[in-house]
Write a protein that binds this ligand. Structure first.
Ligand code: F6R
Length: 238
């Protein structure tokens, strides 16, 4: 894991953005898996700003949605779908035929996971996977547990995930999430993990011990050979 310690949120976003752009200069037709939430928002804003002057960078990229709340309508402001449409697809002008995404309001989430798994197999491998870490160490909706699923699956959400700020305004909190599995994530050619926020101090400290356990899904990222981790200093214990 190649760790970059950053002064603040903007510095973290800038460093991650620089890395993405230097890769896009080498290969434009990338399949990029994107997390939602606060951690990568600054990076997506910088990519959106670049689109205005250099749209050619984004002509050939495709997006995979990392995860989705189960039972929340796609049009709901709290869905991962809405986040990705507003912060990535619309500003970067990426059409739906270059977007692979779990449907949140499906009757059969398991079938939906099989569908996404097949699409990733056909269109993959993922070139870049952009991630945030949960306060409990989750990655996507791969929650800490005795064992975790390798591939796309419906996972029971941890209490901390049900309290995630994205679903603050949702009255009946989702209990399940659809997510790429840790093997799907680890099969990406490159992974980028963004860590920000004082509430992540404890989990960051645990991650940095380099001990690998399914009780801290993010620790499995230590197994990847092309893994960049950008840490905002606000997430480090003083
Ligand atoms: C969201 C996702 C989650 C978040 C994580 C951190 O698509 O996959 O694993 O990345 O909960 O969320 P933030 O960045 O909001 O602290």
């Amino acid at each position: 894991m190649n760790i970059t310690y950053c002064e603040n949120y903007d510095h973290m976003s800038q460093m991650a953005y620089d890395s993405i752009i230097s890769d896009l200069k080498l290969k434009s037709g990338q399949l990029i898996c994107t997390a939602t939430g606060n951690s990568p928002t600054g990076v997506y804003e910088k990519l959106s700003a670049l689109y205005k002057s250099n749209p050619e960078y984004f002509k050939a990229i495709s997006i995979v949605k990392l995860d989705e709340w189960h039972g929340i309508n796609a049009n709901d402001p709290s869905s991962c779908e809405t986040y990705i449409r507003h912060k990535i697809l619309e500003p970067l002008h990426i059409p739906d035929d270059r977007f692979i995404a779990f449907k949140s309001d499906t009757d059969s989430p398991e079938r939906e996971c099989d569908r996404i798994q097949k699409e990733i197999a056909e269109k993959g491998p993922i070139d870049l996977c952009i991630l945030g870490i949960g306060v409990n160490g989750h990655i996507g909706f791969n929650e800490p547990a005795e064992s975790i699923s390798a591939f796309c699956h419906v996972g029971e959400l941890a209490k901390t995930s049900m309290r995630h700020q994205m679903v603050n305004d949702v009255k009946i909190k989702p209990r399940f999430g659809l997510t790429l599995g840790m093997a799907d994530i680890l099969h990406s050619k490159k992974i980028m993990l963004l860590i920000t926020g004082a509430h992540k101090e404890n989990i960051t400290e645990q991650l940095l011990t380099k001990k690998i356990t399914t009780h801290l899904p993010a620790s499995l990222l230590w197994l990847h050979s092309n893994m960049e981790c950008y840490i905002d200093s606000g997430s480090l214990k003083k």
